[in-house]
Design a protein around this ligand. Sequence first.
Ligand code: FMN
Length: 196
Amino acid sequence: MNTLEAIKTRRSTRKFKAQPVELEKLQTIVDAGRFGPTGGNAQSNHFFVISDAVVIAKLKELVQAAFAKMELRDDLYKSLKNSIMLSQKGNYSFSYNAPVLIVVANKKDYGNNMADVACAVENMMLAANELDLGSCYINQLKWLNEDPTLLEYLRGFGLREDERVYASVAIGYADTESGLPNRTESPRTGNLVEYL
Ligand SMILES: Cc1cc2nc3c(=O)[nH]c(=O)nc-3n(C[C@H](O)[C@H](O)[C@H](O)COP(=O)(O)O)c2cc1C
């Protein structure tokens, strides 16, 4: 698969097989993330590659508890409303039960924190596609990146005092008949372009 093909056929996967992902594939994916560009070559992204089912289940529990406490208001961003609603029903799996979650943190006082993390996440999703794995950008841990309980839990795995989570990515084999991710190109109707 060449780069442009990987870009155009990358689609979000939201249903995963329980099948574990090979360590070599995870190393290739996280390496692709580490090779992303960073502002001023800061290289301050901090990756947590989580394939331990106990840790993923605990994160799911903490995320659900945090959203369940929030007030559901009509003016909230649609996805946030959805997270709160499902959490209050006790039925929320923010990372779609994917067997792997890569959480990416960066320095909280660094202006390019989210940009650097997003570049790494896109690289990782493209690498996952190349390796026949499905992936999905997951924003919930960014929304909750000041939640004291989540912060304390992640600090137990090495999140530093001056770091916060800016994105994560769910990875695994897609739960499709072929086991391959859906690669149907989705047409672009937005993202305007002007040539001058
Ligand atoms: C900044 C950002 C945040 C996103 N957050 C989530 C998320 O929390 N959960 C989710 O299911 N998809 C999330 N997505 C995926 C988008 O919904 C998805 O890319 C978009 O609908 C286009 O579909 P495609 O990825 O199949 O091309 C996010 C994407 C971006 C770029």
